[in-house]
Design a protein around this ligand. Structure first.
Ligand SMILES: Nc1nc2c(ncn2[C@@H]2O[C@H](COP(=O)(O)OP(=O)(O)OP(=O)(O)O)[C@@H](O)[C@H]2O)c(=O)[nH]1
Ligand SMILES: [Mg+2]
Length: 398
């Protein structure tokens, strides 16, 4: 990684289209959170209603002028676009605004570059970054990296490659792909062994920050980092857990999804995709307390569809219900949670309510005949598997 600039100040820009699944303001709020993740301070945001983004400069000429005029007042040194830009749009915008312009994919790649912890994770992110940069190499801001000045979208393992020409970059891509191929073969061997002693796999899938890792930890005593951060997890972790029947099940944590998940990254996170495709059951973890829970569910369902995994049996874990306790400490019923989800409720296939952050003794209650929820100790979950029957989680290490 290259050293960070002193705090960068960003202006966020979005085009609001009719019929968009996410309201532009909600999507911008998420973009702002992603920006914070990479230590960028957001100084303002601008939206423009258009039938579709302008082919040349993403926003219209008038809006462009407005953005330019606000620069002195807002003091931004970076413009972040809440969409994917074509290399030409990015170049035109940078020319017109005379600042660095970053699109949503570049920002997410940057977050991933910071989070990648394993060898494979780092290779995957580097590959995605290189593939993203290749058609943009002529961009006017590449000189920044040459001067050793870091910055959002310029940082990461591919830094030295920015100094080289396209051919060097291409060579590096081939090299990484070969290395990833080896990792893949290794994992395939592990998976073949796993298949030899078949055990059902439950993949925890869901929007980023929904609580997948926390749930894996609570269920299996795993020690996966769970944090109030977008994309805390990049690499899948699998842990075994026995059910009261004595049957053993594997639970797998996966990388979180996000609205407008860059296709480059979907392709890159092959390990996660394989885990999802191998799973017998998907547990769709939903943060029901999030104001955009419904939109997040829709996003997850459409990513699963893109991955061809939408035909798997799904259990929807309506998570973080411990935040919704009434005065008596009762959790809301599943029916009530579904009502909160409104039109997205039908997406909650086989809903169960879960909360794994309860303080001792406070989080008792019934959620209706279908799904009892009890969380007896901090960080312990009771996961109802079928109506009227629940399975206590093991303690740490259990
Ligand atoms: N109150 C409450 N908080 C929770 C619960 N589950 C998770 N959290 C919190 O939500 C935040 C995100 O949890 P994670 O488990 O890291 O979420 P994740 O889905 O793995 O997120 P990514 O790895 O970033 O995709 C953390 O601050 C958790 O403590 C829950 O049941 N109740
Ligand atoms: Mg996680």
């Amino acid at each position: 990684m290259v050293d960070r600039n002193p705090t960068e100040h960003a202006l966020l820009v979005a085009v609001e289209r009719p019929g968009q699944a996410w309201a532009a303001t909600d999507s911008l709020e998420e973009l702002a959170r992603l920006a914070e993740t990479v230590d960028v301070e957001v100084v303002g945001s601008v939206t423009q209603r258009l039938p579709h983004p302008m082919a040349g400069t993403y926003v219209g000429t008038g809006k462009l002028q407005e953005i330019r005029d606000s620069r002195d007042e807002l003091g931004y040194d970076l413009v972040m676009i809440d969409d994917d830009l074509t290399p030409a749009q990015q170049r035109n915008l940078e020319k017109a605004l005379d600042v660095m312009v970053i699109d949503r994919t570049a920002l997410i790649l940057d977050v991933f570059a910071r989070r990648a912890a394993t060898h494979e994770g780092r290779l995957q992110v580097e590959l995605a970054q290189l593939e993203y940069r290749l058609p943009r190499l002529t961009g006017m801001w590449t000189h920044l990296s040459r001067q050793g000045v870091g910055g959002v979208g310029l940082r990461g393992p591919g830094e030295t490659q920015l100094e080289s020409d396209r051919r060097e970059l291409g060579k590096r891509i081939v090299h990484i792909k070969r290395e990833l191929g080896e990792v893949h073969t290794h994992r395939q061997l592990y998976r073949d062994r796993r298949r030899a002693a078949p055990m059902p796999v439950v993949a925890l899938v869901g929007y980023t920050n929904a609580g997948k890792s926390t749930l894996l930890n609570a269920l299996t005593g795993a020690n996966v980092m769970a944090e109030d951060k977008l994309f805390a997890t990049l690499d899948p972790t699998t842990r075994r857990r026995s059910l009261p029947s004595g049957r053993e099940v594997l639970f797998t944590d996966t990388v979180g999804f996000i609205n407008n998940l860059p296709t480059l990254l979907i392709a890159a996170f092959r390990a996660t995709l394989e885990e999802i495709n191998e799973a017998s059951v998907l547990m769709h973890v939903v943060d029901v307390t999030h104001p955009n829970a419904a939109e997040q569910m829709q996003t997850v369902m459409s990513v699963l569809e893109d991955l061809g995994a939408d035909d798997k049996p799904v259990v929807t874990a309506l998570n973080k219900v411990d935040r919704l306790l009434d005065a008596d400490g009762h959790v809301p019923s599943v029916e009530c949670l579904l009502a909160m989800l409104g039109e997205a409720a039908p997406l909650a296939v086989n809903p169960v309510a879960i909360g794994v952050r309860c303080t001792a003794g406070r989080c008792r209650g019934r959620t209706g005949s279908r799904s009892p929820v009890r969380a007896r100790r901090a960080d312990r979950a009771v996961l109802p598997l079928r109506p009227g029957r629940s399975v206590p989680s093991p303690g740490p290490g259990g």
